[in-house]
Design a protein around this ligand. Structure first.
Ligand SMILES: [Zn+2]
Length: 354
């Protein structure tokens, strides 16, 4: 590869950087993952599906190709009885991400990001497992460096100390580090640290980009993002989920379907299989991105329930033109609502009765 490649910080210093996340829901929706256990076996079982997913997001403007290793950690592989596939799964996901990142549609290569995230065994009341978590992070970060990651992303942490541990492990590599937290509905980290204080601490500990991802839609993420932006000097990240979360239900875990649902999910909650009616429209996602960008936040994206159309919306909301902008909406020639001269009047006249 001969093309020059700016690092993450250089890119952020000169403008917005887009990062698609939320692969878990999108791959499940495409039929390559079991909902509930949510293990990204796709890198081994259907590598072409994962490559296509990355290419679709790249086509819609994602500057970062994040290796799909979310939940691909030792603990989760133990839970499903496939611990022997841990390293092959991680390396396969990293290689696919690298391949896509090094073959951009535009002139400049994308950045390949290694990824670690919430372990689900971190416990501030029983610290015996926490050393194991640090080891899990270390082995995954090691594989990411080995496979040529340009940067690292630690994401979806709901314990402050777990996020600090992830950052400590990532920092040892010398690569640019993004660290984002995902507080649950009590609006505080589970070990009692406030959202803003956690972010301040992450900046102090050397996070290059600090912010929030996942669990919250635009409405319940934005208030914290504003505070975080004010409190920090470093670059800030904002990647909400694509759902209309509310003050009463700030995260997707207990978000109810009050949209006239006639056939509820067989579980206690609409999460994770019946959330569709609560999705934001593209304009709501674009509005969030624009507002965040105007606050001075340059690291933008969408997490769970993201799709390529929404990533294009984010990119265009902050003034970028991306390959898929070629296909952005244009109602001029719609059969009923079109305004073009080739649309017959008897169709235009029928709009309100359609
Ligand atoms: Zn997410």
């Amino acid at each position: 590869m001969t093309k020059s490649k700016r690092n993450l910080i250089e890119r952020l210093n000169s403008g917005p950087v887009i990062c698609a996340e939320g692969f878990l829901f999108e791959i499940e929706r495409r039929g390559y993952m079991r909902s509930g256990e949510f293990v990204p076996m796709v890198s081994l079982e259907h590598p072409e599906a994962l490559e296509n997913l990355h290419r679709d997001f790249q086509h819609s403007g994602s500057d970062i190709v994040q290796a799909f290793t979310y939940n691909g950690h030792r603990e989760k592989m133990k839970v499903i009885g496939k611990e022997e596939l841990l390293e092959p799964l991680n390396r396969a996901a990293l290689k696919i991400a690298k391949k896509v990142a090094d073959n951009p549609i535009g002139k400049e290569p994308n950045l390949m990001a290694g990824n670690i995230s919430n372990s689900n065994i971190w416990n501030d009341k029983d610290k015996t497992k926490n050393k194991e978590v640090e080891k899990m992070f270390s082995e995954m970060v090691g594989w990411a460096v080995d496979e040529g990651a340009d940067m690292l992303i630690g994401e979806t942490f709901y314990y402050a100390e777990e996020a600090y541990t992830a950052l400590k492990v990532m920092k040892k590599t010398g690569l640019p580090c993004v660290i984002t937290i995902a507080p649950m509905a009590q609006n505080i980290m589970r070990d009692g640290v406030s959202i803003v204080d956690t972010c301040k601490e992450l900046e102090q500990r050397g996070g290059d980009v600090v912010g929030m991802n996942c669990f919250r839609g635009p409405a319940t993420m934005m208030p914290y993002i504003k505070e975080i932006r004010k409190a920090l000097k470093c670059h800030v990240a904002a990647l909400p989920i694509n759902l209309r979360t509310t003050e009463e239900h700030p995260t997707f875990f207990n978000l109810p379907d009050n949209n006239g649902c006639t056939c509820h999910s067989p579980y206690k909650t609409a999460f994770p299989t019946a959330l569709d009616p609560m999705q934001c429209n593209r304009y709501e996602i674009g509005k969030f991105a624009k507002e965040a960008f105007e606050l001075g936040i340059n690291y933008l994206g969408v997490c769970c329930l993201a799709n390529p159309m929404l990533i294009r919306q984010v990119a265009e909301a902050v003034g970028l033109t991306v390959p898929s902008s070629k296909y952005r909406e244009d109602m001029t020639n719609h059969m009923l609502f079109g305004t073009g001269k080739n649309i017959p009047n008897h169709q235009k006249d029928y709009q309100d009765k359609a």
